[in-house]
Write a protein that binds this ligand. Structure first.
Ligand SMILES: [Ca+2]
Ligand SMILES: [Ca+2]
Ligand SMILES: [Ca+2]
Length: 244
């Protein structure tokens, strides 16, 4: 009798414990859900249309666990930094490399390289091309005067001569810049092409050949007069390159 009663008590206690645990588990589950759910239930349970519209976009992000928000933030930042560095990388790519033996400077967003070494026109032109430049192309009185003054500032001398990109080596009388663009047709009595600038003085280009000398097919800047002259391309002058 006693043992039977004792067993009943144990069974009742066990049932109570099991029931308690079931209730406890159900209670915990509900608490856990409600903890995450308010934002969702706000969407689903919203009876006010105004709230639906107002909450729609924020809630669509809101229900994403806060942990995700934190995960999202670093990712755009990491993306943003490379974009910035890419942009900054593309800028340094623009200016060409400068030969340490020459002097480089910036004017009107173009890089110029002034070289004191004396070379023939073809040698000077090749040197410019090796640094992604052309022999200097002068397109305005302002550029002409700037080049003139810069040569003075560099100490090249006010009587020095400087190779320019202009030449008529391919066809006599067709004066083209180093890049190939035609800007003058004819001799001293010729005409500018396309309204392009020139600084020929009266009497040049004259293709002078005095005796057995080669023709004059390359243009020099005469510092003494701040103008241009056609001269023999195998002469050796200082020169200026331009990146454009
Ligand atoms: Ca130029
Ligand atoms: Ca000529
Ligand atoms: Ca001449």
């Amino acid at each position: 009798m006693y043992s039977s009663t004792h067993a009943d008590i144990l069974t009742a206690v066990a049932r109570f414990i099991v029931l308690f645990c079931i209730l406890l588990a159900a209670s915990c589950g509900r608490i856990g859900y409600e903890t995450l759910a308010p934002v969702d239930s706000g969407d689903g349970g919203v009876d006010n249309p105004a709230d639906v519209q107002g909450d729609a976009s924020p809630d669509s992000e809101g229900p994403v666990p806060p942990g995700n928000d934190q995960a999202f933030d670093p990712e755009p930042d990491e993306d943003a930094e490379p974009e910035d560095s890419d942009t900054s990388d593309s800028q340094p790519d623009a200016p060409p490399e400068c030969d340490p033996a020459c002097s480089c400077t910036l004017y009107d967003e173009h890089t110029y390289m002034f070289c004191a070494a004396s070379r023939t026109w073809d040698e000077a032109a090749a040197h410019c091309r090796a640094f992604d430049m052309w022999l200097v192309r002068i397109d305005s009185q302002e550029e002409q005067d700037w080049v003139y003054q810069h040569v003075i500032d560099l100490g090249f001398g006010d009587r020095s001569r400087l190779w320019l990109g202009a030449n008529d080596q391919a066809v006599e009388g067709e004066w083209r810049w180093h890049d190939g663009e035609l800007f003058w047709l004819g001799g001293a009595d010729g005409s500018p092409i396309g309204g392009l600038y020139n600084a020929w003085p009266e009497g040049n280009p004259d293709n002078w050949t005095g005796g057995d000398l080669p023709e004059e097919n390359c243009a020099e800047l005469r510092m003494q007069l701040n103008d241009w002259n056609d001269y023999r391309c195998n002469a050796t002058y200082r020169y200026a390159c331009e990146h454009y």
